[in-house]
Design a protein around this ligand. Sequence first.
Ligand code: ATR
Length: 282
Amino acid sequence: MSETPKKAAITGHPVAHSRSPLVHGYWLKKHGIDGDYGRVDVAPEEAQAFYRNFAASGLTGANVTVPHKETAAVACDQLDEAARTMGAANTIWLDEDGRLCGANTDWEGFLGNLDQGAPGWDARPGTAVVLGAGGAARAIVFALLARKFTHVHIVNRTVEKAQKIVDEFGSRTSAHGWDNLGKLLGKADLLVNTTALGMTGKPLLEIDLSELSKTALVTDAVYVPLETDLLKQASARGNPTVDGLGMLLHQAVPGFERWFGVRPEVDDDLRALVLKDLGAAS
Ligand code: ATR
């Protein structure tokens, strides 16, 4: 008797523009797995009940996107360390006892992207500057501390939000406003933008990189456009750069492995497929 095909989905509100079905669909086909990955739009007023009764959805597991990552984490019976620390789950599944388990894989996406795009980038972990203090910044701070960065400076328009992250992560982190940026860049080995600035349709990220060492790695969580103005500026002065698309692709790896039993790779064909889709939409 053949097993019932496993089903997973991106859940959130809205989900119509999510690229996750494209990514997981590519891997299902590549590995010849008889499974399905769809979209489930969960209205905010239904979110609590949906995740609490996740078994009733008929899904083996799911990705969770805004604005439900916190609600999903609260509904889980068990969370991995990252989801517990961040209070947000982006990957969920039912274990063999029917308990809902949650993970946050955004930090793994960030690391997977840099490991692939700039091998050896963390050989001498030093000081990082992270721009922004939202969910992506929190995951990236978690990732950098896991890779033994000695200090992470979080720079945000609203300093209180950066301070909240510092309160969670402790003395290897500090919070700053934008006015401090020039001085901080002078000591940075890594610069990461996690704000929406530089994204198509948003204001540009206005930044003066003249203090930044030419060996510092520069990366951007924004991937539309793929080469943001920040990355262009950094490349022009000789800094190594890694674009943000890989973060999206790599964060999907642990979920696919959990639901479908195969650890997939982020290969050139997948990147090309998603890039084509992004191009078609812009
Ligand atoms: P995500 O979860 O993707 O990180 P988010 O929680 O909406 O997204 O965070 C967006 C980040 O971009 C925040 O750090 C935000 O700064 P504030 O906390 O001060 O709002 C930053 N951001 C967005 N628009 C900005 C702007 N025009 N200037 C400076 N920072 C901006």
